[in-house]
Design a protein. Structure first.
Length: 445
């Protein structure tokens, strides 16, 4: 991103410059025959005219962390670089422009130097969590053209980590529907959910919640004793500069621990400030992460006054069904085993088990068939069942109606899709008997 700025005008553009020089995050073409002065934190180019007493200095400063707001960056740098050193240089109202994620603020002020009037120009370039300052001072207008050409040649490079994050986001944040036709859900409370490649994004006003898809908990994660910290580092730190990290206090040992962080963050891509919440939920060896980006801590407290509200966001990975999406065969299988011991003798008393397998085939002609097999009881004396049904199918966004079920009755099942990496899960719940649930995946042809 290149800029061109005179004392009173800022324009953003591009310029093919020769004989470029690199300093920190900037590349530029130095003024010819000007003296160069380099330190650890800045590089300056100086020229003087002994006949007229004219002089000019251009200084490029090493990039620093942005305050998260381009206007704040300008005011802070003006105070640090100019107000404290050059008497009479009042803070101007800067002109502003943006391009490719960078925001440039430019302002100028007159001041007195060795009894003569001079002018100082400051450009601050903010974006991707970083900020670069370029300052020019002169006591004669004839040098303004050289300042303009220098700024015209200046290119500020995006941090390498930002380039990596941009490439990652191009994949993980790309909209996908995983074969879900109705891939946007508008909830009654104002939240809107859409599936992405690596998460479901849920938004309301300026708050963004990312429901990261679950990952298998590895032995390394389990043995670290800090699984939630590992996931925070993996999912949050590549995209945000964070500070003031606070971890939820479980007040001693706990069985159902709450794994939650809060932090103040600055987006490395946009430089935008936000308040972050991050909760890890574990279930059956899978860790799912809830990431919350609120504009301010006050917004976060309003939307999420307690952990129940945070946890409830996991229920927003929910999408309506259509007959076309259902067409095909969907299956599930499960099993549970319990070793039994006598409460009197302590001797082993055998194993109790329950296994089941269910499948539904939904046809495009408005019919269905299903099979339900399983066994329960003590191993060696288990009671088996094998049930088959077929009938008519009616589909609405959130319900399936199936005829000719057990004893010929008609069942109404609540239906919804859950987005998962590369596909979807079909959840069915008997509307009358809510304990009867199916969690089905589609068979691949």
């Amino acid at each position: 991103m290149r800029i061109i700025s005179t004392t009173y005008l800022l324009i953003i553009g591009f310029y093919a410059a020769a004989q470029q020089q690199r300093f920190d995050a900037t590349v530029f073409s130095p003024p010819q025959d000007w003296k160069q002065e380099t330190t650890d934190f800045a590089v300056s180019f100086v020229t003087t005219d002994n006949k007229t007493g004219g002089w000019c200095r251009i200084t490029v400063y090493k990039s620093i962390s942005s305050k998260g707001n381009a206007a704040t960056d300008f005011e802070s740098e003006w105070a640090a670089l100019i107000s404290k050193q050059y008497q009479g240089a009042s803070l101007p109202q800067p002109k502003s422009g943006t391009e490719d994620g960078w925001t440039v603020n430019s302002g100028a002020s007159k001041f007195t130097w060795e009894g003569k009037e001079a002018v100082v120009l400051l450009n601050t370039i903010s974006g991707y969590g970083r900020e670069v300052s370029v300052m020019a001072m002169t006591n004669q207008d004839k040098y303004l053209e050289s300042v303009e050409k220098f700024l015209e040649s200046l290119d500020v490079e995006k941090p390498a980590v930002v380039q990596n994050v941009q490439q990652q986001n191009a994949v993980t944040a790309s909209p996908v529907n995983f074969g879900i036709t109705l891939a946007t859900t508008n909830f009654d409370d104002g939240w809107v959910a859409k599936p992405q490649a690596a998460w479901v994004e849920v938004t309301r006003n300026q708050t963004v919640v990312r429901l990261h898809y679950g990952i298998q908990i590895t032995d390394e994660m389990r043995n670290s004793g800090n699984m939630e910290g590992l996931l925070f580092d993996r999912l949050i730190l590549p995209r945000f500069n964070v500070q003031n990290i606070r971890k939820y206090d479980n007040a001693g040992p706990c069985y159902f621990c709450i794994y939650f962080f809060e932090a103040d963050g600055v987006d490395k891509i946009s430089g935008k400030q936000c308040h972050l919440g991050f909760r890890v939920v574990t279930n059956n060896g899978v860790a799912s992460s809830i990431e919350i980006q609120s504009p301010t801590a006050e917004d976060f407290r309003r939307d999420f006054p307690d952990q129940d509200k945070v946890l409830a966001m996991s229920g927003y990975n929910k999408f309506a069904v259509t007959a076309g999406d259902l067409a095909g065969t969907w299956t599930e299988s499960s099993g549970a085993y319990v070793n039994m011991y006598s409460t009197v003798t302590g001797n082993y008393a055998g194993m109790n088990a329950a296994v089941s397998a269910n499948s539904f085939t939904f046809n495009t002609d408005g019919t269905y068939s299903s099979e339900h097999k399983g066994a329960t009881g003590m191993v060696g004396n288990m009671q088996a069942y094998d049930q088959h049904y077929q009938g008519k199918l009616t589909v609405t966004n959130w319900e399936l109606t199936l005829t000719n079920r057990f004893k010929g009755q008609t069942d109404v099942l609540l239906a919804q899709f859950e987005a998962v990496p590369g596909g979807k899960v079909l959840h069915l719940t008997d509307k009358k008997y809510s304990g009867m649930k199916y969690h089905l995946v589609k068979e691949q042809k």
